[in-house]
Design a protein around this ligand. Structure first.
Ligand SMILES: [Zn+2]
Ligand SMILES: [Zn+2]
Length: 259
């Protein structure tokens, strides 16, 4: 059984699926992708996202504000804390730092990231971290504010092995997306080879980043199997083993999802 540890089910392109999310979920189930974590990008859109996955007890949610949304939708800690109490919510985020797309609001991004980490310490919910071209600041903030008993994940990881290893010290997992299947991603495949499977999650980040061999199609949770297959090939193990271990990692990190 596979878990897609990071997708945006409320943002999928359903035009080829008669606007039916259920057909996406059925296709995932046919490939043994039984569970998924639907990740929030801001608090305004959170209720719509929750409507979209309501009643699906194999789909979990996070709540938080994406670093690229902090300008229009700054995080309110009290509101974050309140929404974190929802029974389907098993994580905070995605939060973090993205200096690739926005460099003019570094301070706001950092402040928002720190607030999520503070609420994590309070709620005991792990944090989903988005980090792009902000290695040093991400690690410094985690060093100062991460609760290492609770931990979290660096999602859609595209950075260096050194950064991944630093994150492991804070009890963070590393999540790999379809990017590892891309032709020019050899340095990232080297990171995969050097991180123990016990420290990994797999994700699609759907609707973005469809893995090979389905590039060009809209991404969906079923394609997390192709991410797992790539990891299996790189590690020289069976895909079933990748499924089993990454699912166990998911349950260990997002413990609220397994009760
Ligand atoms: Zn992200
Ligand atoms: Zn995302």
């Amino acid at each position: 059984m596979f878990v897609d540890s990071h997708c945006h089910l409320d943002r999928l392109d359903l035009s080829a699926r008669n606007n039916s999310l259920q057909s996406v979920l059925d296709a995932a189930k046919d490939r043994n992708v039984e569970r998924m974590l639907c990740v929030a990008i801001d608090l305004e859109q959170f209720p719509t996202m929750m409507d979209c996955i309501e009643g699906q007890n194999h789909i979990f949610a996070s709540v938080g504000v994406h670093p690229l949304h902090v300008n229009e939708s700054p995080v309110d800690s009290a509101e974050l804390l309140r929404l974190a109490g929802h029974k389907q919510v098993v994580a905070l985020g995605e939060t973090g730092l993205d200096y690739y797309y926005q460099k003019d609001n570094v301070e706001q991004q950092q402040e928002s990231f720190i607030r999520h980490l503070q609420v994590s310490a309070e709620t005991r919910l792990p944090v989903i971290v988005h980090t792009r071209e902000a290695r040093e600041d991400t690690i410094n903030i985690l060093r100062q504010h991460a609760d290492t008993d609770v931990g979290g994940v660096l999602h859609c990881f595209t950075e260096s092995l050194e950064m991944a290893q630093q994150a492991l010290e804070f009890n963070y997992l590393i999540s790999f997306s379809g990017i590892i299947t891309f032709r020019n991603a050899e340095p990232l495949r080297d990171v995969v080879r050097n991180i123990p499977l016990e420290k990994m999650l797999i994700e699609t980040d759907a609707p973005y980043l469809t893995p090979v061999p389905n590039r060009g199609k809209p991404n969906e949770p079923q394609y997390v199997v192709d991410v797992a297959q790539c990891i299996a090939d790189l590690k020289g193990i069976r895909v079933e083993e990748v499924a089993e271990i990454t699912t166990a990692n998911f349950d260990r990190l997002f413990s609220k999802a397994s009760v």
